[in-house]
Design a protein around this ligand. Structure first.
Ligand code: F6R
Length: 612
């Protein structure tokens, strides 16, 4: 959470900073600010609320200079107001700093600094870092580099920060531990940002900083070292995302665009993972013996939110298609769970951003306990991708809408391909069944396109129910995780209370909620549990619940049990979640639009959750 950027070069600094920040706004949008350095003085402009407020302020107060830093905030310590907005500076505005992360020992440092006469202007944890640098750099006359290193020795917690000094113009310094930072390399200009898409308009060549590294950037070069002073020869990575992939391309919202990109995402997964496979090349990174991978006897998957729903879906795939017993945990629980040593067991992390702190800590606990660690991840160069022993990238492209859509289907897509690989090498899946499933997967994009073609019907349904106070979502078997996903989508973007349940659990409590006002979305596509699901729907109807059924094409009988029916093409049950999730995403989207919420940047959320 929180996005930071920095620039040194020949362009107008405010334009570059605002543009880069606009691509990071998904990381938080409680306030935004910039600090620029021109003619030896630092100018700070900051405003509470979204970046548009800062833009207005910058228009009213144009800044000069070719060096600056910027921040978009997701508040942790201190209210989301102007006072707590970054950048923070010393009273004389000699140094200014932006920070992402949490300084855990800020309270004790603050007491010490106040006793030494420093006056604090905000309620943030970040300000102690400014004061420490002010102490060493301004008061004691050390270089900015030495002062940064000294301050780092005194703080505990997570950080990615970026600092400028009026005493050392022409450069800025950034450092990281636990929060991401990417250096962008240009010609006569250099950049820093919390993640690569922020730099997409300027450069493709980036350096992903590691924990405990810092970098000094000038117009003509970058120098990377550890925070204890060891020089590093950094690896330069070329990224292949283009600016179009990170723009709305005429859609009203990123979320809508990303929903409709899902057929291409699945098509790419087929071409890269299945057309010639499945084989071990399914892994983009594999830093251990292939034999160990093949001998996997048990899997523990850990993930958060939507990625956790993908994990729950994958449990069905790994157990049914590959015969691998699979446990699934939410990362925030997994990381504190006593993990018992188990032979031939891998810990698999699923994450879009690759930066979710709970998932990262879960991965590290897996490593500590001696497990091999695998990851399914969307963002190249992210911390989880770099720290895992084996990685499959989902290559869904940048996902900008805060609510995850295409990253989810991409996760299920590659997890499906992985289950076919394991099913084959472990002798659990016949050649014929494997080919049949591959063929079903190949035909999915066309079927997804059919569902997209029916979005008006979902909009019509949304129109009927958008004023509801609550929603229930029910599913069984491999589609029950989608009941969770449908509920999560509507909660996060439409701000409607919703819960998802495995339908068989209804009678153990949630059925008490049903009355004549309650919309109940029931996933009842063709499956081995179809009859059971119909019985559950009848239980809802008997209590006057308003059933919205999600059924397979040709199921006329379901109309007798539902007020609304949304159809999806028939497909193998193992792949059905990739179709049934589409109407659920559209339903949340249209309900949110009708309620007038901010679809791409819903309140209180951030896309990359880097705090515990
Ligand atoms: C919901 C959503 C979140 C994320 C969760 C994990 O739409 O996006 O629930 O799925 O914060 O994030 P990643 O996958 O980046 O680890």
């Amino acid at each position: 959470m929180c996005g930071i950027v920095g620039y040194v070069g020949r362009e107008k600094v405010d334009t570059v900073l605002l543009n880069a920040l606009s691509r990071l706004e998904y990381r938080g949008y409680d306030s935004a600010g910039i600090a620029t350095l021109g003619s030896g003085t630092i100018t700070i402009l900051k405003e509470s609320g979204k970046l548009s407020n800062l833009r207005k302020l910058v228009q009213e107060h144009p800044v000069s200079g070719q060096l600056g830093i910027g921040h978009t905030r997701w508040a942790t310590h201190g209210e989301p107001n102007q006072k707590n907005a970054h950048p923070h500076a010393d009273p004389e505005k000699k140094v200014a700093l932006v920070h992402n992360g949490i300084i855990e020992n800020h309270a004790e440092l603050k007491v010490r600094l106040m006793e030494a006469g420093y006056v604090f202007q905000s309620d943030t944890d970040t300000e102690v870092l400014v004061k420490l640098i002010e102490k060493y750099h301004i008061k004691m006359g050390q270089t900015l580099e030495e002062s940064v290193k000294q301050a780092i020795r005194e703080i505990r917690g997570t950080y990615a920060f970026c600092v400028i000094s009026a005493l050392e113009p022409g450069k800025f310094i950034a450092a990281r531990k636990g929060s991401p930072l990417v250096v962008g390399l240009g010609q006569g200009e250099n950049f820093i940002a919390s993640d690569a898409p922020a730099l997409i308009d300027y450069t493709r060549d980036v350096i992903f900083l590691e924990d405990d590294q810092m970098v000094i950037l000038t117009q003509d070069g970058v120098r990377v070292s550890t925070t204890s002073g060891r020089e590093i020869s950094p690896v330069v990575t070329r990224i292949d995302w283009d600016a179009k992939a990170a723009s709305k391309e005429g859609f009203d919202h990123f979320m809508l665009k990303e929903i409709e990109e899902q057929p291409q995402v699945i098509e790419r997964i087929y071409a890269s993972r299945l057309a010639q496979g499945p084989n071990k090349s399914i892994f983009d990174v594999l830093n251990f013996d292939e034999k160990e991978l093949i001998q996997t006897e048990r899997l523990i998957i850990q993930a958060c939110g939507t990625s956790w729903h993908a994990a729950l879906t994958a449990k069905f795939l790994f157990e049914n298609l590959a015969g691998i017993p699979t446990e699934v945990d939410v990362s925030s629980e997994f990381r504190y769970r006593g993990l018992l040593p188990q032979k031939n067991t891998q810990v698999l992390s699923i994450t879009q951003s690759g930066e979710t702190i709970d998932t990262l800590m879960g991965l590290r606990q897996g490593k500590e306990k001696g497990f091999k660690t695998l990851a399914v991840c969307n963002v190249l160069g992210s911390t989880i991708a770099r720290e895992s022993d084996g990685v499959i990238f989902t290559h869904a492209g940048p996902e900008i809408g805060v609510a995850s859509t295409k990253a989810y289907t991409a996760q299920i897509g590659v997890l499906f391909a992985l289950s076919l690989f394991w099913g084959k090498v472990r002798g659990r899946l016949s050649e014929a069944r494997c080919s049949e499933l591959k063929e079903e997967f190949r035909r999915l994009p066309e079927k997804m396109q059919t569902v997209i073609g029916r979005k008006e019907l979902v909009r019509h349904t949304a129109q009927k129910f958008y004023e509801a106070r609550d929603f229930l979502f029910l599913g069984r078997g491999i589609n029950y995780p989608n009941a969770y996903e449908g509920a999560l989508k509507i909660k996060e973007i439409a701000y409607i209370h919703a819960t998802g349940h495995p339908a068989g659990e209804m009678k153990h409590g949630p059925i008490a909620l049903i009355d004549e006002k309650m919309p109940v979305v029931c996933i009842v596509t063709e499956s081995v549990v179809y009859e059971k699901m119909v019985s559950n729907i009848q239980e809802v109807r008997a209590r006057k619940g308003r059933v919205i059924a999600l059924a397979s094409d040709g199921d006329e009988a379901i109309k007798a049990h539902a007020e609304e029916v949304l159809y999806v093409p028939k497909c193998d049950e193992a792949l059905s979640p990739l179709l049934t999730v589409l109407p659920l995403q559209y339903l949340a989207y249209y309900v949110a639009v009708l309620r007038g919420t901010d679809v791409d940047q819903p309140r209180n959320l951030a896309k990359s959750v880097t705090v515990e």
